[in-house]
Design a protein around this ligand. Structure first.
Ligand SMILES: *[C@@H]1O[C@H](CO)[C@@H](O)[C@H](O)[C@H]1NC(C)=O
Ligand SMILES: *[C@@H]1O[C@H](CO)[C@@H](O)[C@H](O)[C@H]1NC(C)=O
Ligand SMILES: *[C@@H]1O[C@H](CO)[C@@H](O)[C@H](O)[C@H]1NC(C)=O
Length: 443
């Protein structure tokens, strides 16, 4: 329930986590029913390519559309906290409370100079956090954001269908100014943070209901069909009666001390047709400024690579595609640089035929990127383009695995074990992330 990072660096936080858990669980109104897992639908916004979900909050209940982000430390949303009565179950968080301390742990992006008390004396002793930022624009409001709690309602699941709704009575969130919504899809009012903190959605849900500190993400490749995020352990029965958990490979999640709420993995090489790309290996580890390494991010629509890695990758891949597969290049369409005439591909049942791209990980297993996750169909030029983009010379992470490479792949983030479970594309197994059956099985 409490990550090893907090044990190691913030021993006192352990005590506060216990207090928070105690606080939440003793006020739970759904004490009679203990869900083993919870579920939220995930859709893709076609104009921004961001993935969104909807959370049900407040009294009376309101549906709040949110952009999903893996690295954001908590739920934040545009709401005029303290200005007028928003909800009869709304409570500000007071300065110095355990919740205030938790939310002000070192969970920001550029932590070293953060205040940790969270006291905002001008506003009736209400706790604020300076870890508030918009992950799309990287903007932080100068005054941070106030903390509050309110009721959240969410569906439970048995891993196959949606079940009873359950209530989290005092869900902790951060109030953001309207200006922070810049860059988010129209109608979206904040960010659902899935980060590696004690106050993110997965942490608060598992603390409230006492289920394992894990969540799974499955992004749909069909714009009109929802994917899913599941909080808690499997089974994850995406196709009727079969548990996708059996298809997982596992690899450690790495913590970046400068960006501790984000999820990094240890890519050691990029391998295509048994050959490793030439690249500067030092870029693959995280340096003492917190730069480098491989990040997972759903707010990046396509995988981003540092320039030298990107050049090595597209040159090697392009040479192979032209030599071995006789593909014809066509004038590309932004943001892509390498596009090929779709008439020149060979096809299998599941799409165009190209070699896999293997991201070789720490323990020797590979994240295998197959054609459906490496090539993007661009109808306007009757082509398939390589779905990877150039991240420039000094990006914060050398590789950012983006959403397109995660579509129809099931990822499980285990925060207690600091481990990532991942599958290859589920498509060859005739499973799609949109197969999750949202029909309720409550009779
Ligand atoms: C502080 O609380 C008082 C009494 O509850 C209220 O009248 C006042 O508006 C509050 N001030 C601010 C800045 O929220
Ligand atoms: C999920 O799949 C597993 C494996 O096929 C099966 O044993 C289990 O009963 C399924 N669970 C539900 C709730 O359908
Ligand atoms: C979805 O679940 C409902 C309720 O259990 C069931 O009746 C229906 O057949 C399921 N649909 C599919 C496509 O499996």
């Amino acid at each position: 329930m409490v990550s090893s990072y907090h044990h190691h660096h913030h021993h006192h936080l352990f005590t506060f986590s216990i207090l928070l858990i105690h606080f939440i669980s003793t006020t739970s109104s759904s004490a009679s029913f203990h869900p083993k897992a919870l579920v939220l639908p995930v859709s893709k916004d076609s104009s921004t390519l961001q993935y969104t979900t909807k959370l049900i909050q407040r009294t009376p209940l309101v549906t709040v559309p949110l952009t999903l982000d893996l690295g954001t430390p908590f739920l934040w949303l545009w709401i005029n906290c303290g200005k007028n009565i928003i909800s009869s179950t709304y409570h500000p968080v007071s300065c110095g409370s355990p919740q205030c301390t938790l939310a002000n742990a070192k969970i920001c992006k550029t932590c070293p100079s953060q205040p940790t008390t969270g006291c905002n004396n001008n506003n009736n002793n209400t706790c604020a956090t300076h870890s508030l930022y918009n992950p799309i624009t990287n903007i932080s409001p100068p005054l941070g954001g106030e903390l509050a709690t309110d009721v959240v309602q969410i569906h439970s699941t048995d891993g196959s269908n949606t079940g009873k709704t359950v209530t989290v009575p005092n869900y902790l969130f951060v109030c953001a100014p309207k200006s922070l919504l810049q860059g988010l899809p129209k109608g979206v009012s904040g960010i659902a943070g899935l980060g590696r903190t004690t106050v993110s959605l997965p942490s608060q849900f598992s603390s409230t209901f006492g289920f394992p500190h894990k969540f799974a993400l499955c992004l749909s490749s069909f714009p009109s069909e929802d994917g899913v995020v599941l909080f808690g352990d499997g089974p994850y029965n995406l196709s009727s009666g079969s548990d996708v958990t059996t298809l997982f490979s596992y690899n450690p999640l790495i913590r970046n001390p400068v960006r501790p709420s984000e999820y990094f993995i240890g890519v050691t090489a990029i391998r295509i047709l048994e050959k490793d790309l030439p690249l500067d290996k030092s870029l693959l580890s995280i340096n003492n400024k917190g730069n480098g390494g491989t990040l997972l991010s759903v707010i990046h629509p396509y995988t981003v690579m540092e320039t030298s890695i990107y050049k090595s990758f597209i040159t090697t891949f392009d040479t192979l595609l032209k030599k071995l597969y006789q593909l014809k290049r066509v004038t590309p369409v932004a943001p892509f640089e390498m596009c090929y005439d779709s008439g020149t591909f060979g096809y299998t049942k599941i799409g165009p035929f190209v070699p896999d791209i293997n991201l070789v990980l720490q323990n020797g297993v590979s994240w295998r990127i197959q054609a459906m996750n490496s090539l993007v169909r661009v109808q306007s030029i009757q082509a398939y383009c390589l779905g990877f983009v150039d991240g420039g010379r000094n990006p914060r992470a050398s590789i950012v695995i983006g959403a397109y490479q995660m579509e129809d792949v099931l990822l499980q983030f285990d925060l207690a074990k600091s481990s990532l479970g991942f599958t290859t594309s589920l498509v060859p197994d005739r499973i799609r992330c949109s197969n999750f059956n949202f029909t309720s099985n409550v009779v």
